[in-house]
Design a protein around this ligand. Structure first.
Ligand SMILES: Cc1cc2nc3c(=O)[nH]c(=O)nc-3n(C[C@H](O)[C@H](O)[C@H](O)COP(=O)(O)OP(=O)(O)OC[C@H]3O[C@@H](n4cnc5c(N)ncnc54)[C@H](O)[C@@H]3O)c2cc1C
Length: 408
């Protein structure tokens, strides 16, 4: 079979791969995008029905392509975001081939460049941009064996409360996914247990403006990777139910049983660390620090913004049993399902070009690897805070497109 050749091969047909296509097209560079399933697949099959985009509609955009909406302050559904990304692909007339998986990427035999082994044959390229997502493979600790007889799934497979067997639900993980799923289940009338870990709480709105307005105004969306602090936890925000500030103390007041971090499991019995108070205090402290930063910004620039005393009104500590709940027997507690909101890991085992470290993570500077012609796009903090976000990926794509154009 003749081997196909392209100048630049983009792997992944999500927002990052398409933004890359757009930027290369603007520079007149030939390229091809391969997507193993459908455009914006993860927004179609790895997000739950009730998920709302965490950025208000007014802020949603891709390069040269704003999001059409009726309510600027509303939060789009996952389906609307998938359609938006698909519409963007049509708008830029991206050369995308869907249903083509890249199973391996290697150096070309005896010539510069790369060879991608795909489900549709080998494709050779001078440049490769890997845009397969910041959240690739569901991470589930091997604590609760399948044979524990408990219905369990990762947040990426959760769809809606009706998918779960009747009974209480234990949600492990208190990032945005865990918090949002716990709230959704509570509102659906489920008894909910939530294992809380390190989290960074942020206000949905403050002094009359949405968080995204603040992040933009304070230049934080553009904060470069070099200035990233030691805290790796992702901000805890939600666009669900109209968008509200997540406060685990409110969850507790509404009936959620909060637990410390999960430590171990034996059969259907789970142990939790005695660190709930510490985790809540950390979340509260990061929230208070952020309010202080916003107030300082108002003062520094002499902005006229209303005061917001409610934002600082704290709720009491959650009610506790006489002894902190350190051990939970799932069956005895009537827990019928466990949802692992425990994050994602990379899945780059198919890349056989030396661009990964011993942990399988890409080694790069602003997406440019040490192997000439190899690039990554769309990763968390690729160059700045919003690199992996819809609103930020286009700028990184432009930089990589410039780099590629300069090489050819
Ligand atoms: C629960 C959740 C909520 C989020 N909410 C927001 C939000 O509100 N706002 C926001 O800005 N960001 C949000 N994000 C983060 C981010 O925007 C999304 O993860 C987004 O999907 C990243 O886009 P991407 O194009 O970089 O990667 P992806 O959307 O992951 O796209 C990568 C594509 O590559 C394809 N692919 C993978 N491997 C191969 C291969 N070997 N061969 C061919 N194709 C391949 C996949 O099928 C996929 O379509 C959220 C993430 C999660 C998990």
């Amino acid at each position: 079979m003749p081997v196909e050749r392209v100048e630049t091969l983009i792997i992944g047909g999500g927002q990052a791969g398409l933004a890359m296509s757009h930027r290369l097209k603007q520079r007149g560079r030939a390229h091809l995008v391969l997507e193993r399933h459908r455009i914006a697949e993860r927004w179609r099959s790895e997000r739950w029905d009730g998920l709302r985009f965490q950025f208000p509609n007014w802020s949603v955009r891709l390069p040269d392509f704003p999001f059409a909406h009726a309510d600027p302050d509303g939060f789009a559904t996952g389906g609307e975001i998938a359609e938006f990304i698909a519409a963007y692909a049509a708008f830029i007339a991206a050369p995308v081939r869907c249903g083509v998986n890249v199973a391996a990427l290697r150096y070309r035999d005896g010539a510069p460049g790369f060879a991608a082994e795909t489900s549709d044959g080998v494709i050779e390229a001078d440049h490769v941009v890997v845009a397969t997502g910041p959240y690739q493979r569901a991470m589930i600790p091997a604590w609760l064996r399948e044979d524990a007889g408990i219905f369990q799934l990762h947040a990426s497979r959760y769809r809606n409360p009706g998918q779960l067997p009747p009974g209480a639900v234990l949600v492990i993980g208190s990032g945005a996914s865990g918090a949002q799923i716990a709230e959704e289940l509570l509102r659906a009338g489920r008894r909910v247990y939530l294992s809380v870990g390190r989290h960074r709480r942020m206000p949905r709105r403050y002094r009359g403006r949405d968080l995204i307005w603040w992040l933009d105004a304070m230049g934080l969306l553009q904060r470069p990777t070099e200035q990233r602090g030691p805290d790796r936890s992702l901000p805890l925000i939600t666009g669900a139910f109209g968008g509200d500030t997540i406060d685990f103390r409110r969850f507790a007041a509404e009936g959620v049983t909060l637990l410390g971090r999960m430590e171990a499991a034996d059969g259907g019995v789970i142990d939790f660390a005695p660190d709930l108070a510490e985790q809540l205090a950390y979340g509260d402290a990061s929230y208070a620090i952020f309010l202080d930063m916003m107030d300082a910004h108002v003062e520094q620039y002499g902005l006229e913004m209303p005061q917001d005393p409610d934002a600082r009104a704290g709720l009491p500590d959650p009610p506790r049993p006489p002894e902190p709940l350190r051990r939970l027997d799932l069956r005895a507690a009537g827990i019928a399902a466990v949802i692992w909101a425990t994050g994602y890991r990379f899945d780059f085992g198919w890349i056989h070009v030396p661009v990964l470290n011993a942990q399988g993570e890409p080694v790069h500077v602003r997406g440019i690897t040490g192997v000439p012609g190899m690039y990554f796009l769309g990763l968390q903090w690729l160059s700045k805070l919003n690199s992996s976000l819809l609103s930020g990926v286009g700028e990184d794509a432009a930089d990589l497109a410039d780099h590629i154009a300069a090489r050819t």
